[in-house]
Design a protein around this ligand. Structure first.
Ligand code: S3P
Length: 445
């Protein structure tokens, strides 16, 4: 999906206390994986709570194009009948992943293990993102690419391997997308595929592969890393998947409630996998009131109900090793830091430069146009919090859903309204963001 229509701007103004109980949509990472693993399994996979955002819908379409049956059976309820490991059919047309790096890169891994050729494409944002990091290990496993642009940019043609080779791969950056692509290709390779990461990244692929019956193990490697080993060429079996609420989407109402004085909100079923909750740890260190209750789990993924109350925040230092567990949350953390008293230093953010936009530059711009003092020093972001934000800025979205939502959250408590130039991309990950925030009391117009 490319959003070629007119831009849809929106303004957020300071509101009264936010209150109410909501469930944000299903986790995006788990939603993509449930469709892909369902398509590679034998038998039926029933998914409840799927995120019906554009990114995930594009993955569903790509699974259909590759031969799986994917049906919506009710609100957020989907059934997938898979083709078995290595069983993808050649798609008749290019696979269009729209704005989604995760969908595109994970499906590249799945296709790399099958003897089919597929063209991968996406919107202008995705076409600007590096794919070399995914193609390098997949080529070692036997996949081939056609003529490709510098950095392996889209559109590109991938020829999957007839006889995929298991490899031992040390990921050059902490990236669950690279790890998952290698593991998905490894499903079809004989023998053991191993991925070693120096900094552990989200482990949803490992947990879900296990849930589908794969022989996969994960052990500690060094002080912050993991070594994951997968035995290939064994069948996956269709399974039930309950998708918990997305902690990355919950970050927006959470920060809004923390910065709007007197707020008191409850978020249900939020996934609390420790490899995703770096933001919650950081906000608590800043003095944010976030209480967990009703802790439980499903298919290896923990979840809890969160109660969040308006809080006086203080600046903190966020260590670089925390980055993989909150990589998508720095934009909205920078908003919280702007309302805190004191300086917040966020270290080791080089990966933010290659997300849906250059998020390091875009975050600094978002803060600056709203009167916040901010500096980028190497790969670090330094925000001078003064307890309040002047606001009054127009924020450029750069085709990035999380910039749009972060700026609107900032407007909920800024002295003057904050405007975003385009809200269209919010539909990639959180289609109900605007009505849900309004239901909590946010003033968007
Ligand atoms: C994701 C991994 C992260 C994250 C993205 C989702 C995933 O990317 O930014 O939104 O589901 O595997 P990297 O693995 O490239 O850091």
């Amino acid at each position: 999906m490319t959003h070629s229509g007119p831009a849809t701007p929106l303004e957020a103004r300071s509101s009264g206390p936010l209150s109410g109980k909501v469930r944000v949509p299903g986790d995006k990472s788990i939603s993509h994986r449930s469709l892909i693993l369902g398509a590679l399994a034998v038998g039926e996979t029933r998914i409840s709570g799927l995120l019906e955002g554009e990114d995930v819908i594009n993955t569903a379409k790509s699974m259909r194009a590759l031969g799986a049956s994917v049906e919506r059976t009710g609100p957020f309820a989907w059934t997938v009948r898979g083709v078995g490991v290595g069983g993808f059919a050649e798609p008749a047309a290019a696979l269009d992943f729209g704005n989604s790096g995760t969908g595109c890169r994970l499906v590249m891994g799945a296709v790399a293990g099958c003897p089919v050729t597929a063209v991968f494409d996406g919107d202008a944002s995705l076409r600007s993102r590096p794919m070399r990091r995914i193609l390098d290990p997949l080529e070692l496993m036997g996949a081939r690419t056609g003529d490709i642009k510098e950095g392996g940019r889209l559109p590109l043609t991938l020829h999957g391997a007839r006889d995929p080779v298991p490899i031992v791969y040390r990921t050059p950056v902490a990236s669950a997308q690279i790890k998952s692509a290698v593991l998905l290709a490894g499903l079809a390779a004989p023998g053991i595929t191993t991925v070693i990461e120096t900094e552990a990244s989200r482990d949803h692929t490992e947990l879900m592969m296990k849930h589908f019956g794969a022989d996969i193990t994960s052990e500690r490697e060094g002080s912050h890393g993991r070594k994951i080993s997968l035995a290939g060429q064994s069948e996956l079996h269709g399974a039930e998947v309950v998708v918990p609420a997305d902690p990355s989407s919950s970050a927006f109402p959470i920060v809004a409630a923390l910065i709007v004085e007197g707020s008191d909100i409850v978020l249900s079923d939020v996934m609390t996998n420790p490899l995703r909750t770096g933001l919650f740890t950081t906000l608590r260190e800043m003095g944010g009131s976030i209480e967990e209750s009703e802790v439980r789990g499903d298919a290896g993924e923990p979840m809890a109900q969160l109660r969040v109350r308006g809080s006086k925040l203080r600046g903190v230092e966020v260590p670089p090793e925390r980055a993989p567990s909150m990589i998508d949350e720095y934009l909205v953390l920078a908003v919280a830091a702007s309302f805190a008293e004191g300086t917040t230093v966020m270290r080791g953010l080089q990966e933010l430069r290659v997300k849906e936009s250059d998020r390091l530059a875009a975050t600094a711009d978002m803060l600056r146009v709203n009167g916040v003092k901010v500096e980028i020093s190497g790969d670090d972001l330094i925000v001078e919090g003064r307890g309040h934000v002047p606001g009054g800025g127009l924020v450029a979205t750069h085709m990035d859903h999380r910039i749009a939502m972060s700026a609107l959250v900032m407007g909920c408590a800024a002295d003057k309204p904050v405007k975003v130039d385009d809200t269209a991309f919010i539909a990639t990950s959180f289609p109900d963001f605007i009505p849900m925030m309004r239901a909590l009391g946010a003033e968007f117009s």
